[in-house]
Design a binder for this molecule. Structure first.
Ligand code: IFM
Length: 481
């Protein structure tokens, strides 16, 4: 993809402009770090949940994961070898602030200090996510995200992190995918902490968003001044791209509900400072309400320097039950219907066009906020060939088609400024343990050997040629496609 120049070109803390489009790879702390109880780190909800029999495939956990904590220099060299501009990683809250309260743990912070320095030495822009699901267990014991106090604890932690890293890290994401934290964590129970209460889940939505707003305020207040490189604060969402199966009133209404609960419940308060009225009505019909207090919505609607979009698939939604009967709990039917499209190893349908449409829609409905695809990628059942290579044409095609889809969104006018492949390397895929591999780098969990897959080589080459094209004068540098 060649790309047109966005109005604000990301600058690296070291000063090097990273071009007109940011290419990156992404990971998260619990999924790769290991060293679960070293240097003062305490348990997160995932350390606890992964020990619940049957909660995670094979009884796997993140105790060792990719051992990134001990192999960080090697991994940064790997990232540099891929030729990306940026590395998006998350900080482990219980490593930085054990127990979720009180002073920072110097040994825990020292790891991120070294990581950031190492990235900058390699000319790679560090992009930090504060919360990628590893809530300190003590805070869950005190009520977790359904409890309002957790939002305040999160803001304290954000300030600690900014104080330690803000002189070098200027790109900050507060939360990764609050939908997953709230719905999978507190409603379906498929993720930590494994609770199953729809009211708690809604309270978690509100307190996660409140935590985002409070943290955004504290991050900006605590950021060391740097006129050359302002601090950027945003959030990453896994919004739902909902498409009516048929153009009927029932299916359109169902898609509206899916979009409301999966997208607008987050984007509307964040950007417009109000929850969507239709979603509040739907919830009221179930006897549910969000625990909003005076001033909360103003706090939540802090200016966003960017919106991170994680995209894996689209959802075709029907408003009628397969057998013609309503849903047993009396709620209106909002049923995802597989379309028989090719799927990944997660059984997620591959819908690149949905990424284009979704980015264009977000840009239209929430204008003026630069968009970054902060995650996109696919799990497939990789096989290591006898020569040690991992040839993954499915993943390579998936990445190519979705990167094309981003270019199409830009060509249609959406202000999309970057793309991060999920994931740098195979890792702990939550409830699926190590069974699902999303990496563009293969990890042999026995030896911790890393091997760049065919998709990783393709990604490196694509970035290189895309940069070359952007540098060329003439129409190709500005065609956006
Ligand atoms: O691995 C996860 C990641 O932690 C959050 N977004 C989706 C990915 C794939 O399931």
């Amino acid at each position: 993809m060649t790309t047109t120049a966005p109005s604000a070109v990301p600058q690296q803390a070291g000063g090097r402009p990273v071009g007109d489009f940011l290419w990156g790879v992404a990971t998260s702390a619990y999924q790769i770090e290991g060293a679960a109880f070293e240097d003062g780190r305490t348990a997160s909800i995932w350390d606890t949940f992964s020990r619940v029999p049957g909660a995670v495939f094979g009884g796997h956990n993140g105790d060792t994961a990719c051992d990134h904590y001990h192999r960080m220099p090697e991994d940064v060299a790997l990232i540099a070898g891929l030729g990306v501009d940026s590395y998006r990683f998350s900080l482990s809250w219980p490593r930085i602030q054990p127990g979720g309260r009180g002073p920072a743990n110097a040994a825990g912070l020292a790891f991120y200090d070294r990581l950031v320095d190492r990235l900058l030495e390699h000319g790679i822009l560090p992009w930090v996510t504060l919360y990628h699901w590893d809530l300190p267990q003590e805070l869950e014991d005190a009520g977790g995200w359904p409890a309002r106090d957790t939002a305040h604890r999160f803001a304290d932690y954000a300030e600690l992190a900014m104080g330690a890293l803000g002189d070098r890290v200027r790109w900050w994401t507060t939360l990764n995918e609050p939908w997953c934290s709230a719905v999978l964590g507190y409603e379906t129970g498929r993720h930590a902490p494994g609770r199953q209460d729809r009211g708690d889940s809604l309270a978690a939505v509100h307190h996660l968003l409140l935590g985002h707003g409070l943290a955004a305020q504290r991050l900006r207040a605590a950021a060391p001044a740097d006129p050359a490189e302002p601090v950027r604060v945003g959030i990453t969402l896994n919004t739902t791209h909902a498409i009516p199966v048929e153009d009927t009133p029932a299916d359109r209404a169902a898609a509206r509900r899916a979009d409301g609960i999966g997208t607008r419940l987050y984007t509307d308060p964040l950007v417009h400072g109000r929850y969507p009225a239709d979603v509040l009505d739907d919830l009221a019909a179930e006897g549910l309400r969000l625990p909003v207090r005076e001033g909360d919505l103003e706090t939540i609607a802090q200016p966003l320097d960017f919106l991170g979009v994680n995209y894996y698939t689209s959802h075709y939604i029907s408003g009628s039950e397969a057998d013609g009967l309503p849903e047993p709990d009396g709620r209106p039917v909002t049923r995802p219907v597989p379309q028989g499209l090719p799927v990944t190893a997660m059984d997620w349908e591959i819908v690149p066009r949905g990424l284009t449409d979704h980015l264009v829609r977000l840009d239209r409905d929430y204008p003026g906020i630069p968009l970054y695809v902060t995650e996109n990628g696919a799990a497939f059942d990789d096989r290591t060939a006898p020569d040690g290579d991992v040839r993954d044409p499915d993943r390579t095609a998936y990445l190519a088609e979705h990167i094309e889809a981003v270019a199409a969104a830009r060509a249609a006018g959406a202000d999309v400024r970057g793309y991060f492949a999920w994931s740098l390397m195979d890792n702990f895929e939550w409830g699926y343990g190590y069974d699902k591999r999303f990496g563009i780098v293969h990890v042999d969990y026995e030896t911790q050997r890393r091997t760049v897959k065919q998709s990783g080589r393709w990604f490196r080459e694509h970035i290189r040629s895309s940069r070359e094209q952007s540098a060329e004068p003439g129409p190709s540098a500005a065609d956006g496609g």
